[in-house]
Design a protein around this ligand. Structure first.
Ligand code: GRG
Length: 291
C-alpha cells in the first residue's frame, strides 16, 4: 500500500530537516540554504519519486530517501536563482521573502550553488547499487543542465517580449519545468530497476504531468491569488512572458490542461496494465489541479 501524499511529504520534510545542516560548513550559508529549503514547498518532485518506488514494490530506505530528496535541493536552487534581481527579481516565494531579500544577492547565489552541488552529492554518495547511482546522476544532470532546465530558463529569458508559437512554448516548458518532473518519475523506475518499456511509460506520465503542471502555474498567475500561490501573481503578462493563457486565452489554456491531464491518465492506466500494479497513488498527484 502506497502511503498518502501527506505522509510522503512529511518524510521528505523530516529527511531534509535532519540531514541538510550536516553537510554545510558555514553558518550564514547554512541559514540561507535551510531558509529556502524549509520554507514550505509542496515537495511534489521527491514525493513523485517516492510514490513511484512504493508503487513498483520498492522500500523507502534511508538511501532511497537521500537519493529522492536530492531533487528537492536542486529544485530549491532553481527557485532561488530564478527569483534573483538578475532574473525575475521576485520578493516573495513559498509565502516568505525571497532568499536574496533576506540574505542579499551574493549569499542567495551561493545558497543556490550549494544546493545544486549538494543534490549531486546526495544522489551519488549513498549505498544504492553503483549502476543505479550512475544512472540517477546522469539523468539528473541531463534534466537539470544545459539541455534541460537551464536551457529552458535561457529560452525563457531570451524570448521574453517575443511571441512564441504553441510548439515553441511547449518546448520551452518541457525544458524549464518538465525536465525535473520527467526525472522525478523516472528516478522511481531507476531505483526499482524497471525494464525499458516501463521506464518509457514512466517518463511519458512525467512529461504529461509536467506539462499540465506548467499550464496550471501559468493559469494561476492569471486567475489565482498570492495567498494560494505563496508568490506574487499577475506578473507574467506585465513582463510580456510567454505563457499558455497569454497565447491561447484562459479557455484555450484550460483546454490544453485538460488534454495534458487526459494523456497522463491514459499513461497511468497503461502503466497499471503493463506492470500489473495499481498506480492509484498517482491519483493524489492528479488531484492537485483544481479546475
Ligand atoms: C534558475 C536555472 C534556473 C532555472 C529556474 C523552474 C524554474 C527554472 C523557475 C521557476 C519559474 C516558475 C515559477 C515555473 C513554474 C512552475 C514551477 C517550477 C513552479 C514552482 O514549483 P512548485 O510549485 O513550488 O513545485 P514549491 O514551492 O511547492 O516547491
Amino acid at each position: 500500500m502506497v502511503e498518502s501524499l501527506t505522509k510522503l511529504k512529511a518524510r521528505v520534510d523530516d529527511y531534509l530537516a535532519a540531514n541538510l545542516p550536516k553537510d554545510i560548513d558555514q553558518d550564514t550559508l547554512a541559514a540561507s540554504m535551510t531558509y529556502s529549503t524549509m520554507a514550505g514547498g509542496k515537495r511534489l518532485r521527491p514525493t513523485l519519486t517516492l510514490a513511484t518506488v512504493l508503487t513498483l514494490g520498492g522500500q523507502l530506505t534511508a538511501d532511497v530517501m537521500r537519493a529522492a530528496t536530492a531533487l528537492e535541493l536542486l529544485h530549491t536552487y532553481s527557485l532561488i536563482h530564478d527569483d534573483l534581481p538578475a532574473m525575475d527579481d521576485d520578493d516573495l516565494r513559498r509565502g516568505q521573502p525571497t532568499n536574496h531579500r533576506k540574505f542579499g544577492a551574493g549569499m542567495a547565489t551561493l545558497a543556490g550553488d550549494g544546493l545544486l552541488t549538494l543534490a549531486f552529492q546526495w544522489v551519488s554518495d549513498n549505498h544504492l547499487a553503483a549502476p543505479v547511482r550512475v544512472e540517477l546522476t546522469k539523468k539528473l544532470a541531463q534534466a537539470a543542465g544545459p539541455a534541460g532546465m537551464v536551457a529552458g530558463q535561457a529560452r525563457d529569458i531570451e524570448n521574453t517580449g517575443h511571441r512564441l508559437s504553441l510548439d515553441q512554448l511547449r518546448y520551452l516548458h518541457r525544458q524549464k519545468t518538465g525536465a525535473l518532473i520527467h526525472y522525478a518519475v523516472l528516478a522511481g523506475g531507476i531505483i526499482t530497476d524497471q525494464p525499458a518499456p516501463v521506464r518509457q511509460l514512466l517518463v511519458q506520465f512525467g512529461d504529461s504531468y509536467g506539462l499540465a503542471f506548467q499550464i496550471y502555474d501559468d493559469l494561476m498567475d492569471v486567475v489565482g491569488t498570492t495567498a494560494e500561490m505563496g508568490k506574487q501573481v499577475g506578473k507574467d503578462a506585465g513582463e510580456q512572458k510567454n505563457t499558455y493563457p497569454g497565447l491561447l486565452g484562459v479557455a484555450g489554456a484550460e483546454d490544453q490542461l485538460h488534454q495534458a491531464l487526459a494523456s497522463a491518465r491514459r499513461t497511468q492506466a497503461e502503466l497499471a496494465r503493463v506492470t500489473g500494479k495499481s498506480f492509484a497513488a498517482y491519483d493524489d498527484f492528479l488531484a492537485y489541479f483544481k479546475l
